[in-house]
Design a protein around this ligand. Structure first.
Ligand SMILES: Cc1cc2nc3c(=O)[nH]c(=O)nc-3n(C[C@H](O)[C@H](O)[C@H](O)COP(=O)(O)OP(=O)(O)OC[C@H]3O[C@@H](n4cnc5c(N)ncnc54)[C@H](O)[C@@H]3O)c2cc1C
Length: 419
């Protein structure tokens, strides 16, 4: 598969969750891949690096299974069996149960809550196992240039590497995207997500809860019990940015009191376990997903509001679609960095990314306010979803990553098929 003149088939800039998943998918399929990240694995696995959990949708779990990552994670993944959506001020709530879509999903849960640190560790281990994948970290990529049939990148140690295709998986600030002259559209949300782990008296029974409150959604996501048997949930608490600093600075008792107020009584007494993290929220779309010999994946291509827990799942569909195109071209002896492949990739991913960006943006606007006519309209909307089973099933299958938006084909890995 590898041209003698090139070092790699694919060089991936950024070994975050999206970049490592792509490296594992391509490496698993026999391609020669280098993935470089500016941070060392030990830094990325540090407790203070990323306090988030990810709601891995059913489709992403299938991908992780196919590429040999899921077996390392399964014991640390808590299934989401039910989702309750509550509209802050009213008593109205919507209830989704995974059994309602069992005929099309085989009874799989909606998804699984996994700590990002565990997911990263599983990806590091899988990539290290693949002889044809080189993982360089810490190693920043400082420059790149496409010329003819290859792309050459300059690394922080002054060395160069060549590949057929460069992939920018270097996050929302993506230096690779900038260098390629790809502009972005987007806006900040004036909201910040406080993320922490809460310990609670009663078990969560696999139920995820999302309270829509005027400053933003407050999500309680079921986690596996701690090593000492503590029942745990991951909290994504969205607040107006100007109030977050005070909340972060408050002492443990005051913070826990605020937490308990938002939880309500259903899980008994609640307390924070470990640190509090804060993430400023913004929406971003790259104007193009490709440039000569370059494809963007994950947040380098699109960053969305976490209101529906779909950002990485969207990135996983990029990974699945790009890996499929690369492997299919390589098998036929075709150029894996060709304009044909790149435009096929952009076509397959653009609609899904735009649709999800628009949907999450709309949801946030609709729910994160207490303006009376909007509050009334959303209550009517929630009641309608609750009353129309086909509409409810549509949302459930979308959340599971089993619809890619606007009737697009799902990539093979997301359908649970081999590459
Ligand atoms: C509060 C919150 C909750 C979320 N919850 C969910 C959820 O439940 N489900 C879900 O699907 N998504 C969720 N998301 C979204 C998800 O976390 C992101 O989509 C995901 O982490 C993005 O991964 P990435 O690999 O694309 O980018 P990043 O994680 O930003 O990785 C980019 C990598 O590139 C590296 N890099 C940058 N520049 C260079 C360079 N020059 N050379 C080499 N390396 C470089 C960086 O070091 C980094 O490791 C959430 C987001 C937030 C903010």
């Amino acid at each position: 598969m590898t041209n003698q003149k090139t070092t790699d088939d694919v060089l991936i800039v950024g070994g975050g969750l999206a970049g490592l998943s792509l490296a594992a998918a391509l490496g698993h399929a026999g391609l020669r891949v280098t993935v470089a990240d500016r941070d060392a694995p030990a830094t990325q696995l540090d407790e203070g690096f990323d306090g988030r959990t990810t709601a891995i949708a059913f489709g992403s779990q299938r991908l992780l299974t196919e590429i040999g990552v899921w077996p390392r994670l399964a014991a640390d993944a808590e299934p989401i069996r039910e989702i309750r959506v509550a509209d802050g001020g009213s008593s109205l709530f919507l209830h989704f149960d995974h059994r309602e879509v069992a005929p099309t999903t085989g009874g799989a849960p909606f998804g699984w809550i996994v700590e990002n640190r565990r997911l990263r560790r599983a990806l590091f281990e899988r990539v290290a196992e693949l002889a044809n994948v080189t993982h360089l970290a810490p190693m920043a990529i400082e420059d790149h240039a496409a010329e003819g049939e290859t792309v050459t990148a300059r690394l922080a140690d002054g060395s160069t590497r060549r590949a057929r295709l460069l992939v920018g998986a270097d996050g929302r600030l993506s230096p690779t995207r900038e260098r390629a002259g790809i502009g972005t559209i987007g806006w900040p949300y004036r909201q910040t997500a406080i993320v922490c782990v809460a310990g609670h008296e009663k078990p969560h029974d696999g139920i995820a809860v999302e309270h829509f409150l005027p400053p933003g959604p407050f999500a309680i996501l079921p986690m596996t019990d701690g090593a000492d048997g503590t029942h745990r949930s991951s909290i994504v608490w969205t607040e107006r940015s100007e109030t977050v600093e005070a909340l972060l600075a408050s002492d443990q008792a005051a913070f826990d009191e605020e937490l308990q107020r938002r939880f309500g009584p259903h899980l008994g007494a609640v307390r924070t376990l470990g640190r509090r993290f804060a993430y400023k929220l913004s929406l971003l779309q790259a104007r193009r997903f490709t440039a000569p010999r370059l494809a963007l994946v994950g947040e380098a291509a699109h960053a969305i509001h976490p209101i529906a827990g779909q950002g990485l799942n969207l990135g996983m569909r990029d990974v699945a679609a790009l890996a499929e195109l690369i492997v299919d071209h390589a098998r036929l002896g075709l150029d894996i960095g060709s304009p044909t492949l790149l435009s096929a990739y952009a076509r397959r991913r653009r609609v899904d990314a735009l649709a999800l960006s628009a949907a999450t943006d709309l949801l946030d606007r609709l729910f994160s306010n207490d303006i009376p006519p909007i509050a009334a309209a959303r209550r009517i909307g929630l009641a309608a979803v609750g009353q129309v089973p086909s509409l409810k099933r549509f949302f459930m299958r979308y959340a599971m990553g089993q619809r890619a938006g606007a009737g697009l084909d799902l990539p093979r890995l997301v359908r649970g098929e081999k590459l």
